[in-house]
Design a protein around this ligand. Structure first.
Ligand SMILES: [Zn+2]
Length: 355
């Protein structure tokens, strides 16, 4: 008995050690990240672990909020019900962990950010032992959740991601070489570190897309396959535009100096509204010219919901001429600030989306 218990204990320790330190390939997942499609500016991925992480974040949130949750509602219920109790309990355990530790955090908070950079392969971001321990714990929970996800969800998710990428690829084939240089021209900056990695998943978060900037160059996009048609095209370029409009980049600088010149305090979210408007209108114009008229950029949906609507007039009168090539950047920035100063714009609550 005593020997048996000792062996069991050693076995448990070894098992945990394997979970924590084994390379990800040993979990039976995709051994390395290979893009599904690469274009001059983007490398699109349908990555197992990134999608599992996305599913666990969403399930954790749903679980906490008492909302319909993967494997407890929808098509996958019967598949999940047929799994061995150990695989089901392992999934539930992982959802429980995510619900408590990871899902409630914002995508830009440390918890989700660390996992994201690890999944993207940006290991330089895992700076200290605490960060590495954190991502290893999450990884071990994903390893536990892998059998259920693999058996009951991955094939359908992967197919959905690949269909989405395929559809976007045909839009990019038609418009990428027009939109990309136009954005570089408008933002007065060129992308570096191309192609930009873009992971396609089911949910992302409430906004459906976001991006992180990698220093000294590049970044990473996370995009929900729920965006369809030309909106998907705009979303991808919207997220990529974040890489062109960082704090010290030309457009931000132009807005900052125009505001400073007249001692105006820039509303904190103005830069993001300007980004939404600039990329959305650039995409709209190129679709128009390419024989696909009638596209409505996402920013108008945000205005229609009452968010940022106080900026609309100022953008249309003062900023649009810049997009149309009728006004230089410093003048456009100054005139935008002037238009915003006159009637104090209401501080809209909340945020637009995506980010
Ligand atoms: Zn954004």
């Amino acid at each position: 008995m005593r020997t048996m218990r000792k062996t069991n204990k050693a076995g448990v320790i070894l098992g945990l050690g394997m979970l924590l330190f084994a390379p990800r390939a040993s979990f039976g997942q995709a051994p390395e990240r290979t893009p599904v499609a690469t274009t001059p500016h983007f490398a699109f991925y349908s990555d197992f672990d990134t999608n599992l992480n996305d599913a666990l974040i969403a399930a954790g949130l749903a679980h906490k909020g008492g909302k319909p949750e993967l494997f407890h509602s929808g098509d996958e219920v019967s598949c999940f019900g047929k799994l061995p109790p150990s695989a089901r309990a392992a999934w539930e355990g992982a959802v429980g962990y995510y619900a408590e530790i990871i899902s409630p955090a914002d995508w830009s908070d440390r918890q989700q950010h660390l996992i994201r950079v690890q999944l993207a392969g940006f290991d330089e971001e895992l700076k200290d032992a605490g960060a590495r321990q954190f991502v290893e714990i999450a990884r071990s929970f994903r390893a536990a959740a892998t059998p259920a996800y693999k058996a009951c969800r991955w094939a359908a998710q992967d197919e959905k991601n690949r269909r989405w990428i395929e559809e976007l690829k045909s839009q990019l084939a038609a418009y990428e070489e027009k939109i990309a240089p136009r954005l570089e021209q408008l933002y007065r900056k060129r992308w570096e570190g191309l192609p930009i990695p873009a992971d396609v998943v089911e949910t992302v978060d409430w906004s459906g897309a976001n991006s992180i900037i990698r220093y000294p160059a590049g970044g990473h996009l996370l995009i929900s396959s729920s965006y369809q048609g030309p909106t998907a095209l705009e979303v991808v370029f919207h997220e990529a535009s974040h890489l062109l409009m960082d704090r010290n980049d030309p457009l931000q600088q132009a807005l900052d100096s125009a505001a400073k010149a007249v001692d105006f305090r820039l509303p904190g979210n103005l830069w993001h509204v300007v980004l939404f408007y600039t990329t959305g209108e650039a995409v709209r114009r190129i679709l128009d010219d390419g024989g696909k008229p009638g596209y409505t950029p996402m920013v108008y949906g945000i205005f229609d919901r009452g968010t940022w609507v106080g900026y609309r007039k100022a953008l249309e009168s003062a900023w649009r001429p810049y997009i149309d090539g009728e006004r230089a950047l410093p003048e456009a920035a100054a005139s935008l600030i002037e238009a915003l100063r006159k009637p104090a714009p209401p501080q809209p609550p909340g945020d637009g989306h995506p980010r």
